[in-house]
Design a protein around this ligand. Sequence first.
Ligand code: AMP
Ligand code: MG
Length: 401
Amino acid sequence: MDDRPYFISVEEAQAICNATPVKPRVEHLPLDRCSGRVLAEDLSSQVDDPPFDNSSMDGFACKFDAEATYPLTLNIVGLQAATGQNEDRHVSEGEAVRIMTGAPMPPGADAILPIEKCEIQGDLVCLLEAPKPHFVRKKGENLSQGDVALTKGQHLTPSRVGLCATMGHAFVPVYTQLNIGIISTGDELKSPGETLQHGEIYESNSFGLAGLVEWAGHVPVRFSAVADSMEALREALDKAADTCDLILTSGGVSMGEFDYVRRLMEEEGDIHFWRMKIRPGSPPLFGRWKTTPLFGLPGNPVSSHVVFRMLVAPYLRHSLGTDVPKEWKIRAKLCDPVKSTKDCVTLRRVTLFSTDDGMMAYQPRHQGSGNLESLASADALTLLQPGQSGEVGSWIDVLVL
Ligand code: AMP
Ligand code: MG
């Protein structure tokens, strides 16, 4: 293959992909539709939080008196409910106002005693101990108006969606979810539900990849599997390029006679690199079909999945300037041997057990790249570097699945 980058490291491959990012658009969504999305602009608070001094307890509000001794009896002069609209009476020495959690502090009061520490006798309340100034939540103690509390690229988790509301935003600028076309290739592929003839297998990659696309926060667009022919593939790629922001193909990128994705991309597309130093999953290519970025993922089901995690997911994160979905890399001790290679990162599927001595990694399954069950039953992938020892007892990085 001419002078295009060939069989490069994961880092080099990621850098090449990142140079051709997908460009998400920005949309302003009502708050109840933006959970799980990525914030497209910094968000500042429109109000102080809290907007006024208020009580953090149900109890009595009064003036703190350092000289007083307790129990101390005070006159109940009012009731302050959460909105504070019923009464706004000034509290003087010798007086207390019954107050509810979140209600504005009555003027003059600066301390609260929780109701459990109070005894009410008619119009009087007996404070069994000193009222506490720290039960007053001060205006702006969490956020001042204008403070930037959420920044562009942050994932809108449930607490962050709530914070948008606290800050007064009814609509929030988020990145559009990308439409990601998924095209499986191979004459041998049949859909689940159909009857298999000899030589045929069930097509699984498009379903697994659709799940990964959703996990990454985007919208999968599954196309029917395409036969191994230049014409059929060209037609499918054209259709996907018309409607999708990014195309994923599976199969047809190796050295085989019928590996038409690679051939078509070489002859009519634009390949930015081919093959990457990971095992399994070395055959992928990245490039463009017309103007649409395209990942040619390997056909073996484990390979297409791990290449998504190692290449497509980082690319999507980079394109949106976000760190979601988060990848958790942790240290684990190998309890079964894993053989490293001279030049590839070795991604074995392991089961993790948390022990007092740290995380233990077992490799209970046959590790063929066609064995999807070995991935489905695993907790993590080893990130064994080229030449790194994978003997039993070695501590290595693993990527949590
Ligand atoms: P290929 O890269 O096209 O040579 O495919 C490599 C292996 O993966 C072959 O055994 C294919 O049958 C298998 N394979 C390819 N595409 C799929 C798919 N969509 N679902 C399940 N297996 C596949
Ligand atoms: Mg094939």
